[in-house]
Design a protein around this ligand. Structure first.
Ligand code: C5P
Length: 218
């Protein structure tokens, strides 16, 4: 990738987990650290982009030179992402968005009791799919697919279903690790396998996304 492949371009990245409250002190979430989203942000920044990350709660320091919009819930993440997605050339969905939220989070702390606690969960909307459905010509949308089997085929199906240009197929072994082994799945052509430290994998993803942007412009 040329050093300034994304010079002056706006890049928007969703990153980290979301938190869905059950009551004032409890929530549903997942183990996403936000490492991949921040590595992508740093790589895009190094390639000359103006980068914004809409980030769920993370313990990691924000990458230098990147604007971070902190959010908690999927609904907040969706709102902050859709506000900005049309102005971005490249939109990357690296967040591990909770699939469900409590239908009615309790206003006071739920009390322990002998009986079962029944929760009604409602599905959250798909943020990257909604952003891609509002696409302007020339934009590029990238998503991730965490799969335990038939990763490439499933990633290809996800590409079509969500209207994306590139899906990064990930194995569960990458979670919580500083390394990643992924396959980049495009609309046309063969998948590209990349393996190494997350920083290197992030650079490869940004480089391929920059190439797709250039192709759209040509
Ligand atoms: O459908 P699945 O959750 O496997 O898709 C993963 C991809 O979709 C990731 O890029 C993730 O950031 C994005 N996603 C999203 N909003 C959701 C669920 C997933 O943007 N509600």
């Amino acid at each position: 990738m040329s050093a300034r492949a994304l010079r002056g371009r706006r890049v928007l990245i969703t990153s980290g987990p979301t938190r869905e409250p059950l009551d004032p002190v409890r929530y549903l979430s997942n183990a996403s650290s936000g490492a991949m989203g921040f590595a992508l942000a740093a790589a895009a920044r190094r390639a000359g982009a103006r980068v914004t990350v809409v980030s769920g709660p993370t313990a990691l320091p924000s990458p230098r030179g990147v604007a971070v919009v902190p959010v908690e819930t999927a609904r907040q993440m969706r709102r902050e992402t859709l506000k900005r997605s049309r102005a971005a050339a490249l939109v990357v969905g690296a967040a591990a968005v909770c699939d469900w939220r409590a239908a009615r989070p309790a206003r006071v702390k739920l009390k322990r009791g002998p009986g079962a606690l029944r929760l009604t969960l409602l599905p959250n909307r798909d943020i990257i799919k909604d952003a891609a459905s509002r696409r302007r010509p020339g934009q590029v949308f990238v998503g991730f697919a965490l799969e335990t089997g038939r990763a490439e085929a499933r990633a290809r199906a996800k590409l079509a279903r969500k209207g994306l240009d590139l899906v990064v197929a990930n194995g569960p072994g990458n979670l919580g690790s500083s390394r990643a082994r992924v396959a980049l799945v495009f609309r046309r052509g063969a998948a590209l396998r990349v393996e190494g430290p997350k920083t290197r994998v992030a650079r490869a993803i940004v480089s391929e996304a920059a190439r797709l942007l250039d192709e759209q412009r040509a």
